[in-house]
Design a binder for this molecule. Structure first.
Ligand SMILES: *Cc1c(COP(=O)(O)O)cnc(C)c1O
Length: 367
């Protein structure tokens, strides 16, 4: 790969393919895979990721909000798209763009049926979510009779799948809670199907669920973070490849005398002669201000250079006193999962937050 000349997020589709195949290898032959491409494909480029996964014959896609699904349709994506958290104001758009809503409460089910009927829909595909412990979105078990009577009162919608979400699938200390959620999900869906008269698909596992609870894969699994290269632990992560690499360059080098400060509010004052490099990436690009004052670092010529002073909106400064480098040289923010995890730990965060934070100002390059 040639060296970069500006701040870019490189997206490695071969790594994505590897991760897709790895996840597939963990599943039964007939288990479907839903790829989660919400939040711009976890900060990468949802359309590019979805197009490539469509070539690999992905079964389903999911995003959080309708707008994200519309962007995929605009890019020509034909695969079914589940909207995980649709707002009622977008229900008409959902139907117009052949998107499939998660209906998780009486309020949204009623609202969707009203619109599907007004739009003269027949058997419009919808998904029902049950809350088995996360207490975020989903019907409780006692809503089954309401759901059944609603479904039987209309021909406008048809349940394509029923799903739930584990609260701590990555944490084996919570294994008994996860097992309980899986049992509750089985019981709820059995009761629902007995009255429904047909069998929608079932799914409960996210990436770490796939790795830790393969026996609960049901008809489909939902993988997000794993496709982008992150597993539950170092062993799993080593089997996956890094998809997104954030790179930049040195804009300018400064020689700081003892006693001089660097950046806003004199957050750094040199206690000795110091050499700094200014990098064209800041908190508006997704490098959180919490990375200031040594909590974050970049890599230049294979050596770590820690962030000096406060992260600015559009740039940050790093200490290159002991690095032999020049203006224009390449700077790596991250190009592997270990670095992302280390950066996340330094600011009490998780890989998900680090990668999804990279703002739309940063140019994406697909490899
Ligand atoms: C985001 C999300 C996922 C993907 O989870 P990963 O841990 O990234 O695999 C799956 N299901 C739901 C409901 C989600 O919101």
């Amino acid at each position: 790969m040639s060296k970069v000349q500006e701040t870019v997020l490189e997206i490695d589709l071969n790594a994505l393919k590897h991760n897709f195949k790895y996840i597939k290898s963990k599943l039964n032959n007939n288990t479907k895979i839903l790829a989660v491409v919400k939040a711009f494909g976890y900060g990468t480029d949802a359309c590019e990721i979805a197009k490539y996964l469509e070539k690999l014959k992905i079964d389903y896609l999911a995003v959080a909000y309708t707008k994200e699904g519309v962007a995929l349709r605009d890019a020509g994506i034909k695969t079914p798209i589940l909207i995980l958290h649709p707002q009622t104001t977008t229900f008409k758009t959902i139907i117009e763009r052949c998107l499939e809503p998660n209906l998780y409460s009486k309020r949204v089910l009623d609202a969707f049926v009203a619109i599907a009927e007004a739009e003269h829909q027949k058997n419009y595909p919808i998904h029902i979510k049950f809350n088995t412990g996360l207490n975020r979105l989903g019907f409780k078990e006692d809503a089954i009779s309401f759901i059944i009577s609603k479904i039987k009162s209309t021909t406008s919608i048809k349940i394509t799948s029923v799903f739930s979400h584990l609260i701590a699938s990555e944490d084996l200390n919570e294994q008994s809670f996860s097992d309980q959620q899986i049992v509750a999900f089985k019981n709820i869906t059995k009761c629902l199907f007995d009255q429904l008269g047909y069998k929608p698909m079932l799914h409960i596992l996210n990436t770490s669920g796939i790795l830790n609870y393969p026996e609960a894969q049901f008809d489909m699994v939902r993988s997000g973070i794993g496709l982008y290269g992150f597993g539950n632990n170092d062993t799993d992560t080593k089997m996956l490849q890094n998809v997104a690499s954030l790179k930049s360059i040195i804009s300018q080098i400064h020689h700081i005398k003892k006693g001089e400060s660097v950046g806003y509010n004199k957050a750094f004052v040199a206690d000795r002669t110091t050499k700094t490099a200014t990098i064209p990436i800041g908190h508006a690009d997704g490098i959180h201000r919490a990375f200031g004052n040594g909590k974050g670092f970049v890599t230049i010529k294979g050596k770590k250079a820690s962030i000096v002073g406060n992260v600015c909106m559009d740039m940050l400064m790093v200490n290159i006193t002991n690095i032999d480098c020049k203006e224009g040289d390449e700077v790596i923010l991250f190009d592997n999962q270990k670095t992302v995890n280390e950066l996340a730990e330094n600011i009490n965060s998780i890989s998900y937050e680090i990668i999804t934070a990279i703002s739309q100002r940063v140019k994406r390059i697909v490899k």
